[in-house]
Design a protein around this ligand. Sequence first.
Ligand code: KIV
Length: 281
Amino acid sequence: MTTKLSINELAERKIQGQKITMVTAYDCPSARMVDKAGLDMILVGDSLGMVVLGYDSTVPVTMEEMLHHTRAVMRGAEHVFVLGDMPFMSYQVSIEDALRNAGRFIKDGGCDGIKLEGGREVVPQVQAICRVGIPVCAHIGLTPQTATNLGGFKVQGKDAASARRLFEDALALQDAGAFMIVLECVPDVLAREISRALTIPTIGIGAGKECDGQVLVFHDLVGLFDRFTPKFVKKYAAIEKEIVTALQGYAAEVRGGDFPGPGHSFKMKEEEAKRFLAMEE
Ligand code: KIV
């Protein structure tokens, strides 16, 4: 079992050309599985709004929901660096808000750092949060909290001018103190150039193989979310199908009187059973 990586060790991975592995998790059992599998990082992503809570987007997710799930993850994640994802409007209104809510992730949630979405416009928040000693992972490209503003869930930085803006955002976020940047849904050449230009690690999702690490949503990776599957997702299992089959088997056996079987119930000593039945008469 590995021990939790420090921020310096994560940076060292980039220098050594060793890829960083990250996946989302939202509860204790999935965090335990990630821990057992020996991945480096967990993101308690606000994607939980869609894959766990059934919202249509990440926009409605609240701080209370994020903290509830972050605490559950922390009870299962012993050896993994855990990032809490700041939900929409928990850091945009003011620096004070951003600081207070980032602090709640660390103090109430118990996680190791936070992630927030945005480019140069969130530099003041990133600086302030880093200044109090909380590790910040930035997130640019397709930023789901503001997807409507970006024209929907679309690849970002496809033309030279918007690619240049994202490149400069990445540099500004690094200068502001971010220790890592998630690049979501950007062309691979842009992700490669950002990764080469930065000294901090980049984590890609739909950003090609030349990022310093990769992240996927747990439910996408194991085949547990059937509403839609983005092009960049690779499913490594089809768990939903297996669970539905198991549930159908259970229902059929209950209906047919085959479950519970003799091995699934508790017996009373014969003598005690006789005495008990006699009491009924
Ligand atoms: O919320 C989330 O899961 C994310 C990842 C997709 C990077 O932000």
